[in-house]
Write a protein that binds this ligand. Structure first.
Ligand code: IMP
Ligand code: MG
Length: 188
């Protein structure tokens, strides 16, 4: 039965099917497992966007690790607000540990740069970044991730954790929205 508010019909084009994403996560997890084999690893995942990426990636990493999350927001609709809001003040105790930050997508670079500095200042031995997507053309700040799932063009994508005004995170694949869907969830 197709419900009238079925979210899949709001997608204009599917860019990455779930199977494509999961195969790439197998490769990333294998690289991460080799790199951190003899290191004390703490993964810090940036919410909300990275929750599905985190869950699927971490189950493929065959190593002891500690997990923490940081909740931040910077986007309004389809554009970065230019500032990062931390929803909590406490961060994990990372002294003497190697940290891998995970985010859904690296866009202007503001989010990862801000958090990377915060974690480095808290005494981590190293801080690296892993993102499912990277939009190189929109970078405003000089930062790159060591682990990148897919390099993408300057398109606004949703699904597999990525949102448009908090909608569509629960789609199992990644795609672009139809214009009428963008209008439907536009903030007044
Ligand atoms: P940055 O701080 O500009 O690098 O933005 C990173 C954050 O912007 C991500 O964690 C996402 O929440 C959001 N973002 C950037 N591009 C997209 C997109 O195409 N779709 C959904 N969210 C995006
Ligand atoms: Mg977001």
């Amino acid at each position: 039965m197709i419900f009238p508010n079925n979210i899949r019909q709001d997608i204009e084009e599917v860019l990455y099917h779930e199977s494509t994403i999961l195969s790439r996560l197998d490769e990333l997890a294998s690289d991460i497992t080799s790199e951190y084999a003899d290191k004390d690893l703490t993964v810090i995942s940036i919410l909300n966007g990275s929750f599905i990426f985190m869950a699927d990636l971490l189950r493929r990493i065959n190593l002891p690790l500690q997990l923490d999350t940081l909740s931040v927001s910077s986007y309004h609709g389809m554009h970065s607000s230019g500032e990062i809001n931390f929803r909590q003040h406490q961060i994990a105790d990372v002294k003497g540990r190697h940290v891998l930050l995970l985010d859904d997508i690296l866009d202007s670079g503001l989010t990862l740069k801000t958090i990377k500095e915060k974690i480095s200042n808290a005494g981590a031995l190293s801080v690296k970044c892993g993102v499912l997507f990277s939009k190189k053309v929109t970078r405003k700040i000089d930062i790159e991730a060591e682990y990148v799932g897919f390099e993408i063009d300057n398109k606004f994508i949703v699904g597999y954790g990525l949102d448009y005004n908090e909608q569509y995170r629960n789609l199992p694949f990644v795609g672009v929205l139809k214009p009428e869907a963008i209008k439907k969830w536009q903030k007044k």
